[in-house]
Design a protein around this ligand. Structure first.
Ligand code: UDP
Length: 379
């Protein structure tokens, strides 16, 4: 990867050095044999996957929240593993409700512990059916109805309602059912968060993965470079792959799309292991943070020589201009605005909109890679 000041007389410009931008840049350089410049307004590559190594403990921490690479796509897995080996970590999440830790997603342990029962796997479906039948929901129209139809009202109120209110600051009745469809519901003691066959963390850290993706003689990377301060200087035939926020591209002329932003509060503790798992969710609405990350657990293959641990409390908040956007809220009003921006985007020649911000989609990393690979298939 070349890092240099160069002229903007380039055939391809990728705006954003995150997972979408890095995938597109690699394919343009490698498969199309064309020079490509990648710019990012931040001073690091990797977008929100960026990580650093803590100077006190030596623990790698994900600067924008825990990122677990997981996919069911052989194509994505084959592509990404060309740039890094992955460890064998399989993600597990617990959730604390009313002072007690339960498995998340809701599984047999969660149900039995919560209701004080000893149900067997073959009894769960009936049990839950009876619970959700009390509500008479035929066609779930929103997150609340979807969750109740899946797990019944009591489990919904304990494990979903408070967490969702903190995460989205929106009544779950006004949120899309799709959000909760991300969470599986299990009739067994299976407690892996993802059932994907392929998952793990880059052995040498996320930034090494991105360095390797961008390490190609035809790729030039320029950090701390704002697209909007140079767009008027670009030649008309430059192809732009824009992975920033779509509404920002059009100067918010149809209004802002709504996002959730996050705040991370780090603490180093003089114990080797604080919570025994990498992510502990907090379901009670009274606890102000949504979860605590403990990064050392993501790399069980690494020694924790310091005997200390690094934790991070995650707080969700409403996005305003200047904050990092993380989660698209995707209300009805957002979808209307998005349709207007998409129409405008179609009319702009030579600009491709991609990624979570560019398409206003709640993409996981693997979905972002797949969409970027497919975008390049169509070039
Ligand atoms: N969710 C919840 N309780 C939990 C975890 C998740 O109610 O303990 C809901 C919440 O609405 C959240 C959604 O499920 O926004 C998706 O959660 P996921 O863990 O997929 O979110 P991410 O890891 O992307 O932050």
């Amino acid at each position: 990867m070349k890092k240099e000041e160069g002229s903007m007389q380039i055939p391809n410009l990728v705006v954003g050095a995150g997972i979408t931008g890095a995938t597109i840049a690699r394919r343009i350089a490698e498969d199309f044999g064309q020079p490509v410049t990648v710019i990012d307004v931040r001073e690091h590559i990797g977008g929100n996957c960026h990580s650093e190594f803590d100077s006190q403990t030596g623990i790698e921490y994900h600067c924008y929240g825990t990122h677990i690479f997981h996919t069911t796509s052989g194509r994505v897995w084959d592509f990404i593993r060309r740039f890094s080996e992955f460890n064998s970590y399989r993600h597990k999440v617990l959730t604390t409700y009313n002072g007690r830790a339960y498995h998340m997603p809701v599984n047999l342990q969660t149900i039995n512990l919560f209701f004080g029962l000893q149900l067997r796997p073959y009894e769960v479906a009936d049990f839950i059916r009876r619970k959700s039948a009390e509500e008479n929901i035929t066609e779930p129209r929103n997150l609340e109805e979807k969750a109740i139809s899946l797990i019944g009202r009591e489990l919904y109120e304990a494990f979903v309602k408070g967490y969702t209110l903190k995460q989205w600051e929106t009544d779950p009745k006004n949120l899309s059912a799709d959000i909760i469809s991300r969470l599986p519901f299990r009739h067994t003691h299976e407690c892996d968060y993802f059932t994907c066959p392929y998952q793990g963390l880059p052995l040498e850290g996320y930034d090494r993965l991105f360095e390797n993706m961008l390490d190609h003689e035809l790729i030039t990377v320029k950090l701390g470079q704002d697209y909007f301060s140079l767009r008027d200087t670009l030649p008309a035939d430059c192809r732009v792959f824009y992975t920033g926020p779509i509404d920002r591209f059009f100067d918010y002329r149809h209004g802002e799309l709504s996002w959730r932003s996050l705040r991370f509060d780090y603490e180093t503790l003089d114990v080797p292991d604080y919570q025994g798992t990498s992510v502990m969710n907090y379901a009670d609405v009274e606890v102000p943070y949504t979860r605590i990350h403990e990064y050392r657990h993501l790399h069980p293959e690494r020694d924790n020589m310091s005997g200390r641990t690094l934790i991070c409390r995650e707080y969700s908040r409403k996005w305003k201009q200047g904050d990092e956007p993380y989660y698209p809220v995707n209300t009805d009003a957002d979808r209307e605005k998005l349709a207007l921006y998409e129409k405008e985007a179609e009319a702009v020649s030579n600009v491709y909109f991609a990624g979570r911000l560019g398409q206003y989609r709640y993409y996981d990393m693997d979905k972002a890679v797949l969409a970027a690979l497919e975008l390049c298939d169509g070039l």
